[in-house]
Design a protein around this ligand. Structure first.
Ligand SMILES: C=Cc1ccc(O)c(OC)c1
Length: 163
């Protein structure tokens, strides 16, 4: 658990979606979505549940202000993960509403989840290849502190992003 907390990772799902996550502390993640249905979205201070299922295998789970539910398994020894995302119908239908720095739009997310339809939910379950992993310590606010842009994940992997 000590090794996992403080880890920043970038991974690409089999469907091509690229995500970045920072396990900021034992119950909080920050993340950026580099590509996919809601590419451009980024979030700080998402509360989550974390368990170590077995040696080197971690599961984190949370429910978002949008009503989207997420559960992710990280298998670090194999450099892979598996994610399950349960999207309410409205996120699928109006994904553009969720593409923002969510922390500035919590009220809009909560209004939208009431205003639009929840069902049927869209379940996306995919494996992903982890393309970057680094333990950057806990509670670092500089890891995920700006919006994703095209090329950012390549810069992070190349070691040229953080000054
Ligand atoms: C909906 C959020 C969401 C879905 C899948 C992910 O891998 C993720 O990682 C930060 C976040």
């Amino acid at each position: 658990m000590k090794n996992f907390i403080g880890t920043q990772m970038i991974y690409t799902y089999a469907n091509g979606w690229e995500y970045e996550i920072y396990i900021k502390n034992e119950d909080t993640v920050d993340y950026r979505i580099h590509s996919g249905m809601v590419g451009g979205r980024w979030v700080k201070e998402q509360k989550m549940h974390l368990v170590e299922l077995t040696k080197g295998v971690y599961k984190i789970s949370w429910t978002e202000p949008t009503g989207t539910d997420v559960s992710l398994n990280f298998m670090l020894e194999d450099n892979k993960m598996h994610g399950v995302i349960f999207f309410p119908k409205w996120v699928h239908d109006h994904s553009e509403i969720t593409v923002c720095y969510q922390n500035d739009y919590i009220d809009l997310m909560e209004e939208s989840r009431e205003k639009y339809e929840t069902y049927p939910k869209d379940v996306v379950d995919e494996f992903a290849a982890i393309t970057y992993v680094k333990n950057v310590g806990v509670n670092n606010e500089n890891i995920i502190s700006e919006a994703p842009y095209k090329g950012m994940s390549d810069e992070i992997r190349a070691g040229s992003f953080y000054k």
